[in-house]
Design a protein around this ligand. Structure first.
Ligand code: NAD
Ligand code: 0WE
Length: 256
């Protein structure tokens, strides 16, 4: 008996076993959810397919979110195979490497568009497709964000602007989809050493800095995020929508 027995969810954003989306997937699966997975290109299929098959996934499809055809194909398959959907997990972000190291003021049009397209617009288009499959099912939609949307984190740059757009999108989507019983929320996670953090210079120092200042005096891991994700997609959070929940050991409350 799990709290998600009979629920069906689609996961966007697993790259490897360290991905936040993978920790969320394991937590949802343990509570009885049936999951479908997407991966961003052939290189990642080698990593994602074995993980997904290991928890019994039958629907595993490519989806680069900058390509409308690939998004259409995923939701066509979900409609055909399942007929409906209860849960969407969005854990995707990307900016060009140079835009995470050069001064923000130098961000070009192309780099700005790419970061906002992959990291914010994708949430809108995926939510629209998901909502069409959630009619009469009390659906739940969840994305991942970071405090760089609220405050300046050096080098986070255009990603901070994209996360600000993503968090505002959570609120507008919650307003649009609320009348259908669909909830839309975000988790704002503290820094975790995943693939997306691997290339960031000084990331280790950031972990040290955060754990010293956070009220709980520790860093967080993907399982901390996964437990909050489980709550947010379950009926336990049945009256929670449009919210950004910080899972950061309390770091965000500090002023000094
Ligand atoms: P990750 O590298 O495991 O996941 C990022 C995912 O984005 C990958 O699966 C990658 O394939 C996907 N992606 C990138 N471009 C894509 C595209 N065009 N189409 C489809 N997918 C694409 O790293 P993660 O840390 O698990 O990141 C997941 C989410 O969590 C991101 O939104 C990230 O901003 C957010 N987040 C991470 C941290 C952290 O410190 N790691 C903190 C707060 C929020
Ligand atoms: O959202 C993120 C990172 C997202 C990300 C990571 C990369 C690295 C490789 C987006 N695009 C790229 N592009 C690449 O080429 N995080 C919350 C993790 C993160 O990234 C930072 C951080 C933190 C924390 C960048 C600078 C400063 C802090």
């Amino acid at each position: 008996m799990g709290i998600l027995d009979g629920k069906r969810g689609v996961i966007f954003g697993v790259a490897n076993e360290r991905s936040i989306a993978w920790a969320i997937s394991r937590a949802l699966h343990e509570e009885g959810a049936e999951l479908a997975f997407t991966y961003a290109g052939e290189v990642l299929e080698k990593r994602v397919r074995p993980l997904a098959e290991g928890i019994g996934a039958k629907i595993i499809l490519p989806c680069d979110v900058t390509k409308d055809e690939e998004i259409d194909r995923v939701f066509d398959a979900l409609k055909r195979e399942w007929g409906g959907l209860d849960i969407l997990i969005h854990a995707i972000a990307y900016a060009a490497k140079e835009d995470l190291s050069n001064p923000f003021v130098q961000t070009g049009r192309q780099g700005f568009h790419l970061a906002l397209d992959v990291s914010a617009y994708s949430f809108v288009v995926l939510s629209r497709h998901a909502a069409a499959l959630m009619e009469g099912r009390k659906g739940s939609i969840l994305t991942m964000t970071y405090i760089g949307s609220e405050k300046v984190i050096p080098n986070y740059n255009v990603m901070g602007v994209a996360k600000a757009a993503l968090e505002a999108s959570v609120r507008y989507l919650a307003h649009d989809l609320g009348p259908k019983g669909i909830r839309v929320n975000a988790i704002s996670a503290g820094p975790i050493k995943t693939l997306a953090a691997a290339g960031i210079s000084g990331f280790k120092d950031m972990l040290h800095y955060s754990s010293e200042r956070a009220p709980l005096k520790r860093n967080i891991d993907a399982e901390d995020v996964a437990r909050t994700a489980l709550y947010l997609v379950s009926d336990m959070a049945g009256a929670v929508t449009g919210e950004v929940v910080h899972v950061d050991a309390g770091y965000n409350i500090m002023g000094m």
